[in-house]
Design a protein around this ligand. Structure first.
Ligand SMILES: N[C@@H](CCC(=O)N[C@@H](CS)C(=O)NCC(=O)O)C(=O)O
Length: 212
């Protein structure tokens, strides 16, 4: 099967050249892998069919004969695993590449995005927009999860990372508004390995608490 990747049919000029399907197109060009772009519009973004491919209705999503995935970082890593143009073949070198992909997406991009948002919204408008974006994402995640106990049916590293992110939304009360996600978070936290990990983190904190 030809590689298929989703992209927008049209975006406003400020976004042209920056839509994240560019990452996938670029990786495929470096790897010299032919592909077809499936161009989507807002109506397709909302459709159940597309949400089964990309739970948040975003671009890019990717599929080839073997895998169907979303998230530009995951897609680029999948392509990199097939091409020395994007990653060394040895395990140590590949692990370094994974590290830098996650560093770009996780340690740099959120801050870049925050900076860009400052120009877009100010004051109360910004708070409202942040809350709206978060609620939309959590609602989409909740729909994806549905009746499944875990994101992929069985527990994986994806659930592990997702749980550690969702836990951050407990104290502010946001997660309580998403019963499915809160139950999922509790299910993951009930795993004995989570309990052991938490206890291992907390023990030195108790032992080394500053004397006041
Ligand atoms: N973390 C996702 C982000 C994808 C993303 O933000 N896509 C944007 C275009 S660059 C999008 O589809 N925006 C439309 C929307 O969120 O409804 C990834 O890296 O693939």
């Amino acid at each position: 099967m030809t590689i298929e990747m989703s992209a927008f049919r049209w975006v406003p000029p400020f976004a042209q050249g920056y839509v994240r399907d560019l990452r996938v197109r670029w990786a495929l060009e470096e790897a010299a892998l032919p592909y077809e772009a499936r161009l989507i519009d807002p109506q397709i973004q909302k459709s159940q069919d597309y949400r089964e491919w990309q739970p948040f209705g975003q671009v890019p999503a990717y599929r080839d004969g073997e895998v169907e995935i979303f998230e530009s970082g995951a897609i680029v890593l999948h392509i990199a695993a097939q091409s020395e143009a994007l990653a060394p073949r040895d395990a140590a070198g590949r692990a370094r590449v994974t590290t830098w992909v996650l560093a770009a997406l996780n340690s740099i991009e959120p801050f870049a995005q925050n900076r860009i948002q400052l120009d877009a919204d100010a004051g109360e408008a910004r708070t409202k927009r942040v809350e709206e974006l978060l609620d939309n994402r959590l609602a989409a995640l909740s729909t994806w999860l549905g009746d499944k106990p875990y994101l992929e049916g069985r527990f994986t590293a994806g659930d592990l990372i997702m749980t550690t992110v969702l836990r951050e939304l407990v104290d502010c009360g946001v997660l309580a508004r998403f019963a499915t996600l809160d139950a999922y978070r509790r299910r993951c936290e009930a795993r004995p390995a989570f309990g052991r990990a938490l206890e291992a983190q907390m023990q030195p904190f108790r032992e080394n608490a500053p004397v006041t």
